[in-house]
Ligand binder design. Structure first.
Ligand code: ADP
Ligand code: ASP
Ligand code: MG
Length: 460
């Protein structure tokens, strides 16, 4: 087998025991197959804590910011002390990790003094979780006697300067990843780097958006022409539904890139929505596996899904979205109405997910409604606007929807009398999506799951 990229999510490195499991999985992969590159998330909860510390600093409450930072520091210290019983070794690892804390303290101090949190400062702080966890994992692998090279992701992934959601620059990243990682791989070393983090061509730290370590794994995999990208997490694969909403959800053994990207886009958090893109470009299979049960087959995502006649592949939900209904006032039937509507969203850098239209109105869902007041004000200049919070998107996904037109009817029928605010089937015809009250999500998901996946549940 060629090169494999293994990515471990936050819960897979949550504490010392989890990190030891990671080391076992990586060591096994290296013995069984060929070269490996390891991408590590921050310990679960650390990125959130760092972002809260930033907010506290912005509010000028430096004591609160420092207390949060101290808690993060204590977690790392405890893990290091447990994992490296020899005090010499633990001191070495701690020195690297604590250097990161010193930098953070300085950034937070300046945020508190200025009472200004720039996107650049925020990314610098947010990036620290991965920079620390990856150093610990690298040291732990080294302690097993294997050759390891820790790489700084800021020298590997070159991005634009959209802080908080930076986009990788393909060619520059390809060159940087080759320069930074190929010599280590050629020398038989395990390359370890933090996910989620990149840097501009000038070396300014950026992050790839929440959950972005999956994206890092795919970017690195594509840049190094990997044979496979493995996303190691806390569930048995891509499940037929969000297990927090549908407890009987079951792993989907195979699915296509298209199905996986629609599921991720519509809320299947197990995969960052951009992850699939770099893999698609080079047809690199993406496998989702469970760190707690490494012998399970997981899910494999490839260009072509299976043709097994299953009606749907999975269902997904995105909760607590905001619906904006825009009705044309003076401009009935006038061309340019939609353009003006979408220009407003563009101007406020807010993306819309689901869109439905009638002759005089357009309805849209927003995942991120932080700029909703300004959007509403601008839209009100030429339209009547109504904003509804607490809504949700439920999406039924499957390549088979293209082949069987009756399926869409059964999806809507299965929802029974639940009031639907919007219904949409895009030209891809790979999903049927409805928007409803968030409170109806458990019922909607439960009914769809019972209707389309009951047979799967029964064979457990
Ligand atoms: P990681 O920290 O490993 O990146 P995430 O929390 O980002 O893990 O993603 C895994 C979680 O995604 C699961 O624990 C599960 O609750 C949630 N999830 C939502 N929808 C799905 C789905 N369709 N299949 C699997 N997991 C899902
Ligand atoms: N640590 C980052 C986050 O919590 C990235 C990731 O875990 O994928 O969003
Ligand atoms: Mg994730």
């Amino acid at each position: 087998m060629g090169l494999v990229v293994l990515k471990f999510g936050g819960t897979s490195v949550i504490d010392a025991a989890a990190m030891s499991r990671v080391v076992r999985i990586v060591s096994h992969a290296r013995v069984e197959g060929g070269p490996v590159v390891v991408v590590v998330s921050a310990m679960a909860g650390v990125t959130d804590a760092l972002l809260h510390a930033c907010e506290a600093a912005r509010a000028g409450t430096i004591d609160d910011a420092e207390a949060r930072l101290a808690a993060v520091e204590a977690r790392h210290r405890a893990v290091i002390d447990t994992l490296f019983p020899s005090s010499v070794r633990s001191q070495d690892v701690w020195r690297e990790v604590s250097r990161e804390h010193d930098d953070l303290r300085a950034v937070l101090k300046s945020v508190a003094v200025l009472r200004e949190l720039t996107p650049r400062a925020l990314d610098r702080v947010a990036a620290a979780g991965e920079l620390m966890s990856s150093r610990i994992v690298a040291a732990l692998l080294r302690a097993t006697g294997q050759p390891v090279r820790w790489a700084d992701p800021r020298r590997v992934i070159v991005t634009d300067d959209s802080f908080g959601g930076a986009q990788p620059l393909g060619e520059a990243t390809r060159r940087a990843a080759s320069r930074e990682l190929r010599p280590a791989i050629a020398a038989g070393e395990i390359a370890v780097l933090g996910g989620f983090v990149g840097a501009t061509a000038d070396g300014i730290t950026t992050t790839l958006g929440r959950g972005g370590s999956d994206f890092s794994a795919a970017i690195v995999g594509a840049a190094l022409d990997a044979a496979e990208i493995q996303i190691w997490t806390d569930v048995d694969g891509m499940l037929t539904a969000d297990p927090r909403v549908v407890p009987g959800a079951q792993p989907v053994s195979r699915l296509s890139f298209d199905e996986a990207s629609e599921l991720a886009y519509f809320g299947a958090k197990v995969l960052h929505p951009s992850t699939i893109l770099p893999a698609v470009a080079q047809s690199i299979p993406v496998r989702i596996l469970n760190t707690l049960r490494p012998d399970r087959p997981g899910s494999v995502i490839t260009a072509e899904g299976p043709r097994d006649g299953r009606p749907l592949t999975a269902i997904a939900c995105k909760r607590n979205v905001t619906v904006v209904n825009v009705t044309s006032t003076r401009m009935l039937l006038a061309h340019g109405f939609l353009r003006r509507v979408f220009e407003v969203f563009g101007r406020h850098a807010t993306s819309v997910d689901v869109v439905t239209t009638s002759e005089v109105s357009v309805s849209m869902t927003l995942d991120d409604d932080r700029r909703i007041d300004a959007i509403e004000r601008d839209l009100s200049l030429f339209a009547t606007v109504q904003v509804e919070r607490g809504m949700a998107i439920v999406s039924a996904v499957g390549d088979n929807l293209r082949a069987d037109p009756a399926l869409a009817v059964s999806i809507i029928a299965a929802l029974g009398r639940l009031p639907l605010r919007m219904v949409s089937q895009a030209a891809s015809r790979r999903n049927v999506t409805v928007v409803l009250d968030d409170a109806d999500v458990p019922a909607a998901m439960g009914r769809l799951h019972a209707e389309f996946f009951a047979a799967v549940e029964a064979t457990r």
